[in-house]
Design a protein around this ligand. Structure first.
Ligand SMILES: O=P(O)(O)OC[C@H]1O[C@H](O)[C@H](O)[C@@H](O)[C@@H]1O
Length: 548
């Protein structure tokens, strides 16, 4: 049966019509219990979803949709190690990486997952302690002071986002730098800030075939050898994180400095694996374990809470409610915490690479929307940039507002002002401002009736724009782990309901293939004529400029 013909979907479609003219401001006025009815707490995390266009009936019907889609059974299959990434014939076990010590899981084929994870964690712990204590020396006998993580996509976005978010928890012995872009500017500017005698390069690539990462790694290697000269010194300054041992060896990195992981860790789900080595070096190993423990606590909540009291499930269902029943095509994430400034970028990969799919599990083109466009910027900066559209634009953008109760940097009134803005924005988006309210306001400003008539339409806010507010005590490794895992599971639940494979990413391949074909053409002496007219002209323009 097609998804849109399923009983739960049809019930939601007809229920939606009953809500078309309902205003959230009236729902709040009618129900003083609305906040407690529509909020969930898990540990330190509170989700307030009362500012959504939902009633108790909506939430019950949405939970029916999750039940009908078999969300609970699919979730259990993921945790058990079934090969739910069927196009790549892989299990999806990032949750195993944050299980407590002693965890056991035997995979088909004989892999003892818990044992393998513990071995790599032990290796990371030893390495981290050596670097941070200064026992590990660079080629000239000095301790390491700078770590440069070279990776892209999942091998960059997670560690970069987390190390930015947890700056107040830095161990202090090393600084971390992240190089991802193939644009030579990125590596060049980074190399200007470090000294080869005291720098450790981590080449982070699941496949160890990614063009950007290998090119940047070779540039770093040449830069290092120009200064240190002796190739045997590479072992003191280069480490690799990968699933591909042969390629690491071929690059010339000592496999003693290689940290492995496994094909059942997707790139965008890999910060919990040895891809998190730069995080462990920045924070110290114990804090890396706290991050894992926080994620594990969210895994436990996701596995045990009933669907209607399950934070990731509720977030997923609300996303589907707007994406599929209201046709709102995007979703914003607005962290009111400067340390979380890379969270929207991280979530773009997590969500859009996972659920940006157009065929269902049987290979049929879907006739409903799947993953929305995810975007965002920290508050309050975003208020002064794109909130105009959020309040008065023609498209409605549901949004998550994220706020820690405590700041890491108490300074005068800053945090109160930040929090006041966060609460004010969700209130304004929900309530809006009617023409009568705008008129009354303008009247008290002493304007003429004519002036008021002309201005009122511009001053009206339609309101009824949905938001979730996520609050926790403070940003720390544990809470950040829980927050990230929450979003991972939200994305998972949506993928199950949309009947898609959230764990492959074939859509990134075509561009890579074509770039490989175009690269040698850029050096060709003759005009290129094998592409379409636009691509030919652009290549030839570049060629002429490049080749003089
Ligand atoms: O870690 P790597 O194998 O170098 O892959 C890095 C990234 O590149 C790919 O194109 C994928 O789209 C991402 O999911 C992946 O995280």
């Amino acid at each position: 049966m097609s998804l849109q013909q399923s009983p739960a979907w049809r019930a939601l479609a007809s229920h939606k019509q009953t809500l078309d003219c309902v205003l959230m401001r009236d729902l709040f006025a009618d129900d003083p219990e609305r906040f407690s009815r529509f909020s969930i707490r898990s540990g330190d995390l509170l989700l307030d979803y009362s500012k959504n266009r939902v009633t108790s009936e909506t939430m019950a019907l949405l939970a029916d949709l999750a039940r009908e889609a078999g969300v609970e059974a699919c979730r259990d299959e993921m945790f058990a190690g079934s090969k739910i990434n069927f196009t790549e014939k892989r299990a999806v076990l990032h949750t195993a990486l944050r299980q407590p010590w002693g965890f056991q899981l035997l995979l088909e084929g004989g892999q003892e997952v818990g044992k393998d994870i513990a071995a790599v964690l032990g290796q990371m712990k030893g390495f981290t302690e050596q670097i941070l204590s200064g026992k590990w020396k660079g080629y000239s006998g000095k301790a390491i002071t700078d770590v440069v993580n070279i990776g892209i996509g999942g091998s960059d976005l997670g560690p970069y986002m987390v190390t930015e978010a947890l700056r107040p928890f830095a161990h202090g012995a090393v600084k971390v730098h992240f190089v991802s872009n193939i644009d030579g500017t990125h590596i060049s500017e980074t190399l200007k800030r470090v000294d080869e005698e005291t720098t450790l390069f981590i080449i982070a690539s699941k496949t160890f075939t990614t063009q950007e990462t290998l090119t940047n790694a070779h540039t770093a290697r040449s830069w290092f050898l120009e200064r240190a000269v002796d190739e045997s010194f590479i072992a003191r300054h280069f480490a690799a994180v990968s699933t591909n041992k042969e390629a690491v060896q071929a690059f010339g990195i000592d496999t003693g400095n290689m940290f492995g992981f496994w094909d059942w860790v997707g790139g965008r789900y890999s910060l919990w694996s040895s891809i998190g080595l730069s995080i462990a070096l920045y924070l110290g190993f114990d804090r890396f374990l706290e991050l894992l423990a926080g994620a594990h606590s969210m895994d436990e909540h996701f596995r045990s809470a009933p669907l209607d009291a399950n934070i990731p499930v509720v977030l997923a269902l609300l996303g589907i409610w707007y994406n599929n029943f209201f046709d709102f095509p995007s979703h914003a994430v607005i962290p009111y915490d400067q340390y979380l400034h890379r969270l929207p970028a991280y979530l773009q990969q997590l969500d859009m690479e996972s659920n940006g799919k157009r065929v269902d599990r049987d290979g049929n083109v879907v006739d409903y929307a799947t993953g929305p466009v995810i975007w965002g910027e920290p508050g309050t900066n975003s208020q002064h940039a794109f909130f105009q559209l959020m309040h008065q634009g023609t498209s409605c953008v549901p949004a998550d507002f994220i706020l820690p109760l405590k700041t890491q940097n108490p300074a005068g009134e800053h945090h109160d002002i930040l929090a006041a803005n966060c609460f004010a924005q969700t209130e304004a988006l929900m309530k809006g401002k009617t023409a009568a309210e705008a008129r009354a306001e303008l009247g008290s400003a002493g304007m003429s009736e004519e002036e008021i008539d002309a201005l009122v339409p511009h001053k009206v806010f339609p309101g009824n724009r949905p938001t979730n507010t996520l609050i926790f005590n403070e940003i720390n490794p544990f809470n950040l782990g829980a927050l990230i895992a929450m979003y991972e599971h939200k994305v998972f639940v949506q993928g199950v309901i949309w009947r898609i494979n959230s764990f492959d990413q074939w859509g990134v391949e075509l561009g890579k293939q074509l770039a490989k074909a175009i690269l040698p053409e850029l050096g060709s002496a003759d005009d290129v004529a094998t592409h379409d007219a636009s691509t030919n002209a652009l290549i030839n323009l570049y060629r002429r400029s490049r080749n003089g």
